[in-house]
Design a protein around this ligand. Structure first.
Ligand SMILES: *Cc1c(COP(=O)(O)O)cnc(C)c1O
Length: 448
C-alpha cells in the first residue's frame, strides 16, 4: 500500500439543510392551501393545532401503489395496517379502495369488524393474541398469522373444541441483508424454525396452512431486501408443495416501505432517496416470478403497506407562540405542536413550512413544542424564516403513526379533519375535552 500524504485536520462547520455542494433551495416556499382549503380558514374553523388528512392523496397514493404491483404480478391484495392510522374514516377510505384489514391486537381486530370488514378479510398479526381473540378470529374465518410455538399450541387446543379448522399462516423472519434482523417476530428461516413450524402444522389436520408471512422491518430503504425475502418465501412455498402437495394460497410480504420523510442524520432528503412503489414492486415480483413456484398456481401477493400509503396524506397545522434567543444567540421558535402530537419527530427531520409568503432570509432555528419538558423539540436545527407570534405553519407528511402513537400529555388532543374529494372538510375525530380524560378516573372514597 502506498504511503498517503499527510493532510492537516481541520474543523468545518456543518451546515444543516445543505445536503450537497449544490445546496438546497434557499427559499421557504409556503404551503398556503391543502386541497383548496386555506390553512388560515382550516385553523379558523377547527382550531390550532389541527391534523388535516387529504382523502384525495390517500386514494391517489393507494392507486399508484396498486398499479405498480398489479402491472407486475397477477394476483395482488393490500391489507390496511391498522396501527399506522386506525381512525375509522381513514380505514374506510382504504377499505373502499379494496384493502383488507391487517391488525395486531384484539382492540384493532374489533375496530376492523366495527368498520364492517369481513372476518375472512382480516389478517391477525402480532405476538399477543389472547385466547379470547383467537377464538373470535377462528369463529370469523380470519387469517391468523402465528408468531411463536406457544401460540400454535393454543390454536391447536382451541381447534379441538371448535367445529372450525383455523386458517393460519406463519410469520417468518430472515436475513435479507438489512441489519439488525427483526428476528423477534415469527420463525427464523435460516435456522430451520420456519420449516419446523410448517411441519408441525402439516402433520395434523387441525389447522389449514394457507399462507406465509414476513414483515422484514419498517422504513426499509432497500428494495432489494424485499427481493431476497420474496425469494426465500417462494422457496419455502415450493418446498411445501414438493413435500406435501399443497400450494400455499398467499405470500404476504408485510409492510415497511419507506415514505418520503427524511430520517434524522440522513445526508440526502428522503424524497430523493426512498425507493418508489415501482422499485419495491419490481423487486418483489422478480423475487417471486424467478423462483421455482409453479406459474400456473401462483400464490396471491398480500401487502400490508402502512407508512408509505398514508404519510403524504397527513398534515399538522399549528401556530407560533413566541420567538426567543437562546443564551448561545441561536434563534428559537416556540410553537403549539409538541412531540406529544408528533411522535415521529424522534426519527424524522419533519418538513415545516410557513403558511403564508415570508421573507427569503432563513436563519438556523430550533423549533420547540409547547410542553414543559426539555425534550420537546420538533426540529433541532432548520433553516427557517422568522414567523411572528400567531403566524401559521404546516408540517408535511405526518399521516403515519402520529394519530395512533400520540400522547395525551399536559394538553388534550386536537381535532382531526379529513378533506373529501370535493374539498369539503369534515371532523373525523373531535378534539378531546376534560370529560374524556376524567371519566376514566376513579377517586377512592377517602380522597373524594
Ligand atoms: C406495522 C406493521 C405493518 C405496517 O408497516 P409500515 O412500516 O407502516 O408499512 C405491516 N405489517 C405488520 C405485521 C406490522 O407490524
Amino acid at each position: 500500500m502506498e504511503k498517503q500524504q499527510f493532510e492537516r485536520p481541520y474543523i468545518k462547520k456543518l451546515q444543516a439543510g445543505m445536503p450537497s455542494k449544490f445546496g438546497m433551495k434557499p427559499k421557504a416556499e409556503p404551503i398556503t392551501h391543502i386541497d383548496d382549503n386555506s390553512v388560515a380558514d382550516l385553523i379558523g374553523e377547527f382550531g390550532s393545532p389541527v391534523y388535516v388528512i387529504s382523502e384525495k392523496t390517500i386514494r391517489e397514493t393507494y392507486k399508484r401503489a396498486h398499479h405498480a404491483f398489479t402491472t407486475r404480478y397477477p394476483k395482488v391484495q393490500f391489507a390496511w395496517s391498522y396501527k399506522t392510522n386506525y381512525l375509522s374514516a381513514v380505514c374506510q377510505v382504504f377499505h373502499q379502495e379494496g384493502s383488507w384489514a391487517e391488525v395486531v391486537s384484539g382492540f384493532e381486530y374489533d375496530k376492523a369488524l366495527g368498520n364492517g370488514v369481513k372476518g375472512s378479510q382480516i389478517i391477525f398479526n402480532g405476538p399477543d393474541k389472547t385466547e379470547k381473540d383467537l377464538k373470535k378470529a377462528i369463529e370469523n374465518d380470519s387469517l391468523i398469522h402465528i408468531d411463536h410455538f406457544d401460540e400454535m399450541y393454543t390454536i391447536l387446543a382451541l381447534s379441538e373444541n371448535s367445529g372450525k379448522k383455523p386458517k393460519v399462516a406463519i410469520r417468518i423472519n430472515m436475513d435479507t441483508g438489512v441489519y439488525p434482523i427483526w428476528d423477534r417476530f415469527g420463525f427464523n428461516y435460516e435456522n430451520g424454525d420456519a420449516w419446523d413450524a410448517v411441519n408441525r402444522i402439516m402433520i395434523n389436520d387441525k389447522m389449514e396452512l394457507i399462507g406465509l408471512h414476513a414483515h422484514i422491518g419498517t422504513y426499509m430503504m432497500s428494495a432489494n431486501s424485499y427481493k431476497i425475502a420474496a425469494g426465500k418465501m417462494a422457496d419455502l412455498a415450493h418446498g411445501i408443495d414438493k413435500k406435501y402437495g399443497i400450494s400455499i394460497k398467499y405470500i404476504d410480504l408485510g409492510g415497511g416501505f419507506a415514505s418520503k420523510n427524511t430520517l434524522k442524520g440522513a445526508y440526502y432528503p428522503g424524497s430523493d432517496t426512498a425507493p418508489s412503489f415501482e422499485d419495491y414492486a419490481e423487486a418483489i415480483s422478480s423475487g417471486l416470478l424467478n423462483s421455482e413456484l409453479d406459474p400456473r398456481k401462483l400464490p396471491t401477493l398480500i401487502l400490508e403497506t402502512g407508512r408509505a400509503l398514508i404519510d403524504d396524506a397527513g398534515y399538522l397545522l399549528g401556530s407560533v407562540i413566541a420567538n426567543k434567543r437562546l443564551s448561545s444567540g441561536h434563534r428559537a421558535t416556540i410553537v403549539d405542536v409538541g412531540i406529544n402530537l408528533l411522535f415521529t419527530s424522534f426519527w424524522y427531520e419533519h418538513e415545516v413550512y410557513p403558511a403564508a409568503p415570508v421573507s427569503d432570509h432563513l436563519e438556523e432555528t430550533t423549533i420547540y413544542g409547547p410542553l414543559c419538558m426539555n425534550i420537546d423539540v420538533l426540529r433541532e436545527s432548520i433553516a427557517f424564516p422568522l414567523l411572528k407570534k400567531g403566524d401559521h405553519f404546516v408540517i408535511k407528511r405526518i399521516g403515519a403513526y402520529n394519530m395512533t402513537q400520540w400522547m395525551q400529555f399536559i394538553t388534550l388532543r386536537p381535532n382531526v379533519v379529513m378533506i373529501d374529494l370535493k374539498g369539503k372538510p369534515h371532523i373525523i375525530r373531535e378534539q378531546e375535552v376534560m370529560d374524556n380524560i376524567t371519566q376514566q378516573e376513579k377517586l377512592p372514597e377517602h380522597l373524594a
